[in-house]
Design a protein around this ligand. Structure first.
Ligand code: ADP
Ligand code: MG
Length: 504
């Protein structure tokens, strides 16, 4: 039988460790602002990389013509095309295809990999149907989305800096081990994340646009990569295309990241010619944000220690979809071991890292049935166990604690960005707008959100929005809107290819 008082004690300890009272969140907000300044001041000035995107033309809606995008590094590899028709016609048509990369290519050379990608792209282009028209005498242009930290040197060049979301193999190590072995060491991961991991081995430290463009040359594909785009930046662009008040974009999917529009004269580390618009987009890489004010428990410590990138991506490990499920599993395991939560023997599946996924957490958290049917189902399917109603209730409480902490921290991060750009109080909103040319002219500041965690987890979304209102106060919050802006990594990249076209 469960040792009920011990189980409750463990849960309460954990809950207290996760607590995010308002005063603490305000400290997180301020830490975010301080780190943003430090990261903008000089290279390596903060754990926040504050990477320059070299995007100084956000889409306006006036873009015209046919544009392509290639999305590499998310859950799927995708090719996409859009036919744009200015502010009246907008997006006349769009088409996309998802492609999986054959296992054999992942252990091959860079060239083979990029050749494969370009061959798929070329074949996609041959199927350019009715309604898609390249302008006469012009090259087709493409936006290349890469959802990992890339150090860019211009809008169309950049090198992969490091791995995130659990991607941790070095190229040299990778070459020395057999593919089967690599796969075994990642047995806890899905085949998709394995695909992405292998994919990235090829490109770390290289100019990804150069590699792609060279492969296009080998295939005699007359196409030009005009924009290298982080998925966060794509989301900002995609949101901005429809709404000029979009100033910030946040990805909440497997990983998490944010970007925003910053004044060029607020970026001391900027070298070279300042952008014509006077503003640019900063890719924060906020997954690596850290502050001593962030609530961290022993469970988070062990999750970090067992991860492929210990000590790194601290914020991401508290908030993103890759980790929330495993935090829940770890605390349930502790209660199972120390308080026999699931009976005298611990269900063996509870020991398997990442077996409980964030969608499962979301499903249990949303269970409103009196007897918690969904919780029963997840416990049966995932952990091959069953539990009394009382235990099922505590499982829901754990989900609530983990998701609540994450959502409230995301809200604090967003408010930190708003504070940095002077959009967090009613009074200074107009001043900030005057100084920022890329700033919209409307009344509002819009935060564009994308990613499976935000899109498919209603309770998470509610916590996030409520906390933003708590932090901003009702009046200032009325001038801020958080909106779902889907598929920035695809359409957003094509739009940036358009706004950075060689012909405009
Ligand atoms: P990616 O981040 O890999 O580009 P997505 O933006 O589609 O892809 O996000 C996928 C992630 O979203 C999953 O890894 C998962 O963590 C999270 N997710 C997907 N569905 C749900 C759900 N129903 N509830 C909560 N989180 C979800
Ligand atoms: Mg994505």
């Amino acid at each position: 039988r469960a040792n009920w008082s011990r189980a409750l004690a463990i849960y309460h300890d954990f809950r207290d460790g996760c607590a995010t009272p308002l005063h603490r969140l305000r400290q997180v907000v301020d830490a975010m602002v301080v780190e943003m300044h430090a990261g903008l001041a000089l290279e390596g000035g903060s754990k926040l990389k504050m990477l320059l995107s070299y995007v100084d033309n956000l889409p306006t809606g006036e873009e015209n013509g046919l544009f392509y995008a290639l999305d590499l590094g998310g859950t799927n590899f995708r090719v996409l095309r859009v036919q744009l028709a200015g502010t009246e016609g907008r997006i006349l048509q769009q088409e996309y295809e998802e492609v999986s990369i054959p296992q054999a290519l992942m252990v091959g050379s860079n060239e083979e990999l990029f050749d494969f990608i370009v061959a798929e792209l070329a074949s996609f282009i041959t199927r350019e149907g009715e309604g898609f028209h390249p302008l006469l005498g012009r090259q087709r242009e493409l936006g290349f989305t890469f959802s990992f930290p890339v150090k860019q040197t211009s809008i169309d060049s950049g090198n992969l800096l490091k791995w995130t979301k659990g991607f941790a193999i070095k190229e040299t190590e990778y070459a020395r081990i057999e593919p089967q072995e690599v796969q075994r060491s990642f047995k806890c991961c899905t085949s998709t994340s394995w695909n992405r991991r292998a994919l990235l081995c090829h490109v770390v430290g290289k100019d990804v646009v150069e590699e792609l463009q060279a492969a296009m040359g080998r295939h005699k594909l007359d196409m030009r990569v005009t924009a290298l785009v982080n998925d966060t930046v794509g989301t900002l662009a995609g949101g901005r295309y429809w709404n000029e008040d979009v100033m910030v974009a946040v990805i909440l999917g497997t990983g998490s990241n944010a970007c925003y529009v910053e004044r060029a004269d607020a970026i001391p580390k900027w070298r070279g010619v300042l952008p014509k618009s006077g503003s640019t987009v900063i890719n924060m890489e906020w997954g690596s944000f850290w502050s001593s004010h962030l609530p961290r428990t022993p469970v988070d410590d062990t999750l970090d220690a067992d991860s492929l990138n210990p000590g790194d991506q601290g914020f991401e490990k508290l908030i993103s979809g890759m980790y929330l499920g495993d935090i829940v599993r770890r605390i349930l395991l502790k209660m199972a071991e120390e308080a026999a939560l699931f009976g005298n023997t611990v269900p063996s599946n509870l020991f398997i890292p990442f077996i409980l996924r964030t969608p499962d957490v979301s499903a249990m958290h949303a269970d409103e049935s009196a007897d918690l049917k969904e919780v029963t189902r997840v416990l049966r399917v995932v952990f091959k166990t069953q539990a009394s109603l009382r235990v099922r209730k505590i499982v829901v409480d754990v989900c609530d604690t983990v998701a609540g902490r994450a959502a409230r921290l995301v809200a604090a991060g967003v408010v930190g960005i708003l504070k940095k750009i002077g959009r967090d109080t009613v009074g200074n909103i107009d001043m900030a707008r005057l100084k920022n040319n890329l700033a919209g002219k409307g009344r509002k500041t819009v935060v564009a959100m994308d990613g499976g965690l935000y899109e498919h987890y209603p309770k998470f979304r509610t916590y996030l929005n409520d906390t933003a209102v708590e932090l901003l106060g009702k009046e200032a919050a009325e001038q801020v809107a958080v909106e779902l802006s889907k598929d920035g990594s695809g359409i957003g990249a094509a739009l940036l290819a358009a706004s950075h076209s060689q012909y405009s």
